[in-house]
Design a binder for this molecule. Structure first.
Ligand code: MN
Length: 232
């Protein structure tokens, strides 16, 4: 096989205590999965079914444990937001997965940032247009080293937090998610066949806000990892 253009290298994430990398296939994101965040976005936090959007795999910025990654302030925005999220890494193919079986499909967990051009997302929402320019841009998904379930077990309760320049902005617990990891996987797999390499960003708690060039974002989930990113 020869290609007209050399294919881009596969985006991959480090795996804790392993020399192997996790190749990213697709990035699925859950919208409004914490009631308090739904309220701050001006929507009714009732438990409507989860909804999904995607980012390209090559929008992922791997953030290796103990290191700080740098991401560029994106073009075309004046309101660039952080959203700290639990990342679920899928290790098994499946479709229409029952909730009871869904955790068997989780291979690892990690910490991610769903970076957002909030002004563009809001404009697109207003006009009923797709969210890509607000959500799926280059470097919009910094993701930590992954922690295999074989090492951590499944996470149901853990603090999730984010600081900007040392000041706390987001602080919640993953038990506040409207839809659990199992429910999210089950719902998502009704619409897409999940495959090893897929990652799911499971939504952010309240406290989202803007960052500017020079700001340092630090966030984490207790029992997993911290993620550290500089906006340049
Ligand atoms: Mn999000």
């Amino acid at each position: 096989m020869s290609y007209v253009f050399e294919p881009e290298a596969v985006t991959s994430l480090a795996v804790a205590a392993s020399p192997e990398q996790f190749a990213v296939r697709r990035v699925y994101c859950v919208g409004r999965n914490y009631a308090a965040h739904a309220r701050e976005m001006g929507t009714d936090p009732d438990r409507e079914p989860p909804f999904f959007f995607c980012k390209p795999a090559n929008a992922v910025v791997p953030v290796v444990h103990g290191e700080r990654a740098t991401i560029a302030y994106p073009s075309q925005t004046n309101n660039y937001h952080y959203e700290i999220e639990l990342v679920v890494a899928i290790g098994k193919a499946g479709r229409a997965i029952p909730v009871e079986d869904a955790l068997d499909y989780v291979w690892a967990y990690g910490v991610g940032l769903d970076m957002t051009r909030r002004d563009l997302q809001s404009q697109m929402k207003e006009h009923g247009r797709p969210w890509e320019i607000g959500k799926a841009f280059d470097q919009s998904a910094p993701v930590s080293t992954l922690y295999p379930v074989s090492q951590t077990g499944h996470l149901t309760k853990a603090a999730i937090w984010l600081e900007v320049n040392g000041q706390q902005k987001q602080h919640s617990n993953i038990d506040q998610m409207s839809w659990s990891v199992a429910e999210t996987i089950s719902q998502l797999s009704r619409y897409f066949e999940l495959k090893p390499g897929d990652i799911i960003m499971t939504g952010t708690p309240e406290g989202v806000g803007a960052v500017l060039p020079g700001d340092e974002i630090r966030g984490g989930i207790t029992g997993l990892d911290e993620i550290r990113v500089l906006v340049s």
